[in-house]
Design a protein around this ligand. Structure first.
Ligand code: PTT
Ligand code: SF4
Length: 609
């Protein structure tokens, strides 16, 4: 097959203009791909706009690992200015689109403007068309993908469901009935453009500069993965093993994070899942597939992960996996983020308990949670409409900020951090708001840092500067390397695959020698660019409090223990120092120039010290 080019595909849904632009190779040198590319495009092109207006842009960005048979390299970044947070927003999704996009000859798609009628984008190698989606609007993501595959055959599909159509601020993009991406409302950005789906077929060969070494390294890694010691348990439980672990370590979000252990954890943990499991699914090119499929209470398939279950189960007080699995399946069909949905439901339940919200169920009320989920997705009534805005806005309106579990507007994922300052810092400084994806330091924090026992209390952890260092270190790998390549980080996180493999494979693809340190410098560049984006979009309203975890972790507690605000603040200063950011968390001019981000300086000038 002909070689695939590396173009940017630009589609304007207002004017219907479609154009293809060669990618600037210097940008790939500096930013490697995917998240790096998306951050650069957003910086250059999306400035000061309303995230749900036609001026926002949806970026679908691939990296050098995509389109090739790279280990667990079937991931893709979806990004935009976030309607949930108002800052940089992206997500990572396992999908065949990652393969097809590169094989069709594109590194990224930029969708701008907005259509006045529902449409989908169809990319078939060089042929690109905007097609009517009148008959698809209102359908679930599963039905949408099924119909599009009936029409177009062997393609990759990204789609939104009713949540994205109704502009639910935490709606996501779904692919392959159980893969989701774009927690900060990337689904709503598609909805605002009346873009129901993106369908891609690519048939060309993606260039590899050093084919011999590429084949050698990837063959070795694929062979190595099933031999790693953690593999056999991983394919049994996948991320679901974390329920038991988080419960034991007092980190399980329970009843809107007010508790750290769930008395019914056994009914929703990895063993409960194993008893119900009917099959395993995965992302493209993965030989350690972790998508555990069970049947829900209605006998329908549902693919479970730790975050989904932790947030829709313990955090809402709902026991029994078949019920949690049903809400999880609905979330995928509707295209709404399970983490934020679980956080919103838990918040609403506590608000009801406090008498601030009338139409909300009690903790543990499965039927009530189901009904409320539908109200949110379809924005029915005052309560549904309010909760569709996310925890931050709902809490502001109800005067309940002390129980609102979010950072920068993005709901906290499933780690409860009253006694875990490093993990709290990871949430505080994550590039998109409270997500564990950038630095999952809690396992390290529990396993390898000394307990502080001066008060005689067993569970108080320390605030050593090592923790800030560890957060940055993990951000470089997880939020940096894996998001730029794009490849799944789980072979490394869960099985301990040596990171050197990634540098070797990358070098063989691009024909330039990359060390891990080279990749980490690019990661630092992306972090400072993304931080600059937040500062620019928030204008004068930026300060270090934006990097604080939720208030609740400073106030309530585990056996009376909670985070200490002063010591957290010191840890944050340490983090800023390592990053080369000033005491407000803004990159200094020196840091920007050192990282080759000179183009940022003028825009950021009003806020530079
Ligand atoms: C990710 C976030 C996560 S992180 C989970 S479960 W996790 C939730 N999954 C959702 C879902 O499912 N349905 C839904 N409607 N909403 C959901 N929201 C939540 O989204 C996912 C895996 C997992 S399972 C994790 S940790 C790893 N994440 C990776 C990442 O971020 N980057 C990377 N390079 N590799 C990763 N590997 C793992 O991928 P967001 P997926 Mg995801 C159904 O989307 O926005 O990044 O938030 O992609 O293909 O579903 O794989 O215990
Ligand atoms: Fe996808 Fe799981 Fe494989 Fe990662 S380990 S690529 S999330 S199936």
């Amino acid at each position: 097959n002909k070689g695939a080019k590396r173009m940017i595909l630009r589609v304007n849904l207002t004017t219907k203009k479609i154009s293809k632009e060669p990618i600037d190779e210097k940008i790939l040198d500096q930013f490697i791909g995917a998240r790096g590319l998306a951050a650069k495009i957003l910086w250059d092109e999306v400035k000061g706009v309303d995230p749900l207006s036609p001026d926002n842009k949806l970026i679908i960005a691939a990296g050098p690992f995509n389109g090739l048979r790279t280990p667990s390299g079937g991931k893709l970044v979806v990004a935009a200015k976030s309607p949930l947070t108002g800052g940089y927003g992206d997500g990572n999704i396992g999908t065949m689109v990652s393969m097809h996009l590169r094989k069709a000859g594109y590194m990224a798609i930029i969708v701008e403007g907005a259509s006045d009628r529902p449409v989908y984008l169809y990319v078939d190698d060089d042929v690109v068309q905007i097609m009517s989606a009148e008959g698809l609007w209102g359908l679930s993501t599963f039905e949408t993908e099924k119909r599009l595959k009936q029409v177009h055959g062997n393609v990759g599909v990204l789609s939104i469901g009713p949540a994205g159509e109704n502009l639910v601020k935490y709606s996501v993009v779904i692919s392959q009935e159980g893969r989701a991406g774009g927690r900060p409302g990337i689904g709503a950005v598609m909805g605002s453009k009346k873009l129901k789906a993106i369908v891609v077929r690519g048939t060309k060969d993606v260039e590899v500069k050093d084919r011999e070494n590429f084949e050698k390294y990837t063959r070795e890694v694929f062979k190595l993965i099933p031999t790693l010691p953690a593999y056999s348990f991983w394919i049994r439980q996948g991320t679901m093993a974390t329920i038991e672990w988080a419960n034991k370590n007092r980190a399980l979000p329970t009843r809107n994070f007010s508790q750290v252990k769930f008395e019914y954890a056994r009914t929703v943990d990895g063993y409960a899942m194993e008893a119900m499991k009917i099959s395993r699914r995965g992302c493209p090119n993965c030989n350690m597939a972790c998508g555990n499929v069970v049947l829900d209470i209605e006998g329908k398939e549902s693919e479970l992960d730790y975050e989904n279950v932790g947030m829709l189960g313990p955090n809402t007080g709902i026991a029994f996996l078949n019920r949690v699995a049903h809400i999880n399946r609905l979330a995928d069909e509707f295209g709404v983020d399970t983490i934020s949905l679980g956080a919103v439901l838990g918040f609403a339940m506590e608000a009801a308990e406090r008498g601030a919200l009338k139409e909300a169920p009690k903790f543990g009320d499965y039927e009530g949670a189901l009904e409320l989920t539908k109200k949110i997705v379809f924005r029915q009534g005052e309560t549904g409409n309010l909760l569709a805005e996310g925890v931050k806005r709902a809490a502001e309106q109800l005067g309940l900020e002390e129980i609102a579990m979010h950072v920068k507007g993005l709901e906290v994922s499933a780690y409860n951090c009253y006694i875990y300052p490093a993990m709290a810092l990871a949430y505080g400084t994550c590039a998109i708001g409270a997500h564990h994806k950038e630095a999952w330091v809690i396992a390290w924090e529990i396993g390898s840092t000394p307990m502080e026992d001066s008060s005689g209390k067993e569970y108080v952890m320390n605030y050593s500067p090592e923790k800030a260092k560890k957060v940055v270190e993990q951000q470089r790998i997880r939020g940096g390397m894996f998001e730029m390549l794009t490849a799944c980080r789980l072979p490394w996180v869960e099985l301990g695959l040596d990171l050197e493999w990634y540098a070797k494979i990358l070098s063989s693809i691009v024909g330039k020698n990359y060390t891990l340190d080279d990749i980490y410098i690019a990661a630092d560049r992306v972090y400072s660019l993304v931080r600059s984006y937040w500062v620019r979009e928030f204008k004068g309203d930026w300060d270090r409090k934006m990097d604080y975890p939720p208030k609740r972790w400073f106030e309530d507690g585990v056996d009376g223990q909670h985070l200490d605000p002063e010591r957290y603040d010191e840890l944050l200063s340490e983090y800023y120092k390592i990053r080369g950011w000033d005491d407000r968390g803004i990159p200094t001019e020196e840091t920007l120039r050192k990282l080759g981000l000179d183009f940022v300086v003028e825009d950021l000038r009003p806020w530079l010290k």
